[in-house]
Write a protein that binds this ligand. Sequence first.
Ligand SMILES: *Cc1c(COP(=O)(O)O)cnc(C)c1O
Length: 412
Amino acid sequence: MARINDHYQKLSAGYLFPEIARRVQAFSQENAEADLIKLGIGDVTRPLPPAVIEAFQDGVAEMASVETFRGYGPEQGHLFLRELIAANDYASRGVAIDPDEIFVSDGAKCDCGNIQEIFSVDCRVAVADPVYPVYIDTNVMAGRTGPSDDRGCYENILYMPCTEENGFQPELPDAAVDLVYLCSPNNPTGTVATREQLAAWVAYAKDCGATILYDAAYEAYISDPGLPRSIYEIDGARDVAIEFRSFSKTAGFTGTRCAFIVVPRELTGKNSAGEDVSIHELWSRRHSTKFNGVSYPVQRAAAGVYTEEGKAQVLSLIEFYMENARIIREGLQAAGYSVHGGIHSPYSWLRVPGNATSWEFFDLLLDSTHVVGTPGSGFGPSGEGYFRLSAFGERERIQEAITRIQAKLPAS
Ligand SMILES: *Cc1c(COP(=O)(O)O)cnc(C)c1O
């Protein structure tokens, strides 16, 4: 029999969302009449904007006739979409990104997970704690870590605790690392990095030769024009950073699938002979070998995001979720909770009252209010004692959830 990749067996059994599902199902079985409100999973709930649907349908119609039919497109993505991205997401904010530096993909999850392949298995990795689990798990699979300890920390990963004390922003490591994963606005804490904080990361990366892997999946939720939406708004970032973006949380593409990654031409790594190697060329090789491009109608749909109507519709989609986030944040604060995030992010990050653990609070919230959220400890050991509530949902349900929490589970 074939030997398996032993590193997979180091993974703590994909435990967070299956465990939530298990507890919710057990609760429902005993409480068939309970009206559950799910504010747990990070998935959008509103339909695609009309301008996107129109472009999507146009793309589908083109596939129906021999004159306009498309087969394989460029692996990197159609130029029409990469040009729109460069102009609207970057040039409009004073950032020069060439369409050739953009790789369109079927998701930021895949991109964040795949990027580590082009780096040495010996690279030392730093991640914020708590954080989106994909960064760590894919490095475990690749063999960059030892086993995990009883707190769930893998050997050889540098965890950067994000706590109330540091405003949930990772602090620069004392030591040199090779790869740093940053996520802003952060999932799960909902907090956002300032220009100064990102500038410090860029300086650190230059200093120790690290590459920053910057996940900006939620950049569209940043409403303060003074906050950076791209790491390339920081001088020098082109030399040290790769950026991940997605249409998922922005324009409702979680079920449609389209995202992109920016790999600047300046970015280099070193080979074992100590020579500089273009990261752009390595990624291009990897992407075109293992990926055959995003579906043509989906790329047309993504282009619909950048029409005048599309931009306005996406903005009102974000405003809708952000109003939900405001209702959650202010409603919980009124009930005595300490709440972070929820201003430039759809996620509110609340301190679990008393000395309960994140999972104990999960059960308490479910039992007393029938509201489902996400235990902070599922995102890393420093998430213990916190809880994530998502603003993705219908307005009345969010209001109802907050009313129940205020009535049945105030924090004081
Ligand atoms: C949702 C999410 C993504 C994944 O987006 P897809 O493009 O749908 O794969 C990436 N990063 C973070 C932090 C996310 O929360």
